[in-house]
Design a protein around this ligand. Structure first.
Ligand code: FCB
Length: 449
């Protein structure tokens, strides 16, 4: 068995990482605009104020997608471009940008996949307490309504919140993403409750009000463990760890976010650790949180390491182990095991909503970008994803991260993840070798792998 006929071969981006035009046409500021330029919050105090200037170069970028032969494109919507204050007055120009984007994608034969929230929280609502405020899920619903009413006559594929683990874990627990805070568990649990409720209200609204029959997903991330060997015990151990809230704690865990949505309960470990600090949902709220979804969207990059062994390496590393420029371990089998474990537990078809690697790319003397490692990485990961299909896991699609080099959050512009190279001085785009390789893979529906 290979990739299904209607498999969505695509690429992904996020608004703040590519759009730029941060103060144009009525856009309001997000937490990234406000906080990324100071105190070494980001590696070189860089912002996404210009980024790839996609806002002004959208036609060129769609022409590139067409050249690569993408069948699908996942983008996110900047909440504060659409509603500058987060709630209240809608910025029609901002909304039109996305509506035009959708029209252009469809005209190019590319399926739009819209993510409602990819980390660029409106600063005006941040000042009101953001996710800690119990009105936050209503704010999110209001924003969802505006977007869904405007785009759902053409958009079929929806993702609600990208990597809720990072929303809380990176932004409010570790403090290495905007708003660069470190909150206490009691507050984090309330925020998590509001994020889950926001997801549920959005999914429920899309389901009941979208003009085209929607296909809705949630897009959490790992941890993803690979069994140490083929034994039943090792497989069980990897499965257990994948869904445990131990390790880096509940904000970064998978089950804290996915069990409520897909199984209608928090994981038991959460009660063991926090007892009655865990804020409950009412029955009515549970109904929203568990709004049935159509696919499980997951971003998979690397395998999780276990505790350090004698040599000081975690389980998934060893001397000379391959890692990408950003330091993430290259472990293709994680595609197989994650897809398998996620399908077993949640029973939904799997869409890889992000996968890719940062490399030390540059333009070579011949004017091209020879990114052989990215080709090899993607080849290996895709083969493992296909192996999951051979084992009975239904696959929806694969979206490479990223279409083009972009603003990699706290790393600024130092990490290049694109199939397309961007010269940040001139903003010139150059399709890398991997982009052309991916075109052939898409053309053969994966047969080439
Ligand atoms: C994911 C994010 C995405 C990008 C990649 C490299 O965690 O969703 O925006 O930064 O990592």
């Amino acid at each position: 068995m290979s990739f299904p006929k209607d498999f969505l071969w695509g690429a992904a981006t996020a608004a703040y990482q590519i759009e730029g035009a941060y103060n144009e046409d009525g856009r309001g500021p997000s937490i990234w605009d406000k906080y990324s330029a100071y105190h070494g919050n980001t590696r070189y105090n860089e912002t996404g104020h210009v980024a790839d200037d996609h806002y002004h170069r959208v036609d060129e970028d769609i022409a590139i997608m067409k050249e690569i032969g993408l069948k699908a494109y996942r983008f996110s919507i900047s909440w504060s471009r659409v509603i500058p204050e987060g709630v209240g007055k809608v910025n029609e120009k901002g909304l039109k940008f996305y509506s035009d984007l959708v029209d252009k994608l469809i005209a190019a034969g590319i399926e739009p996949i819209a993510t409602l929230y990819h980390w660029d929280y409106p600063y005006a609502l941040h000042r009101k307490g953001a996710w800690l405020n119990d009105d936050s899920s209503e704010w999110f619903l209001e924003y969802t309504r505006v977007v869904v009413d405007a785009l759902s006559d053409r958009v079929r594929y929806w993702a609600t919140i990208n990597e809720p683990q990072c929303v809380l874990g990176c932004g409010y627990w570790g403090g290495f993403h905007a708003p660069f805070q470190q909150a206490q568990p009691c507050d984090l649990l309330i925020m998590g409750r509001n994020v889950l409720l926001s997801h549920g209200k959005a999914a429920n609204y899309i389901r009941n009000h979208a003009k085209k029959t929607p296909i809705i997903g949630f897009t959490p991330i790992g941890p993803s463990y690979i069994p140490k060997d083929d034994s039943a015990e090792a497989i069980e151990e990897a499965r257990r760890k994948t869904f445990s809230t131990e390790g880096e704690g509940f904000t970064f865990s998978l089950s804290y976010w996915s069990d409520p949505v897909f199984l209608g309960k928090y994981p038991d470990e959460l009660y063991e650790d926090y007892g009655d600090m865990v804020p409950e949902f009412t029955d009515e709220e549970w109904k929203l949180v568990t709004e049935p979804l159509d696919y499980y969207g997951t971003n998979i990059y690397y395998s999780q390491g276990g505790p350090k062994g004698v040599e000081g390496y975690p389980e998934n590393r060893y001397q000379g182990a391959p890692e990408s420029h950003i330091g993430w371990i290259v472990a293709p089998e994680v595609m197989y095991w994650s897809a398998k474990f996620l399908y077993e537990r949640y029973g939904k078809p799997i869409m890889i909503t992000e996968n890719g690697m940062a490399e030390h790319d540059w333009i070579c003397l011949d004017g091209k970008v020879h990114d052989t490692y990215r080709i090899d990485y993607t080849h290996r990961y895709l083969k493992e994803f296909r192996r999951a299909a051979e084992d009975g896991v239904p696959l929806v699609g694969y979206l490479h991260w990223s279409l083009m080099d972009n603003y990699e959050w706290a790393e600024g512009y130092t990490m290049r993840f694109g199939l397309v190279y961007v010269d940040y001085g001139t903003l010139k785009r150059t399709i890398k070798d991997s982009g052309y390789w991916y075109r052939d893979v898409i053309e053969s529906n994966g047969e080439k792998l």
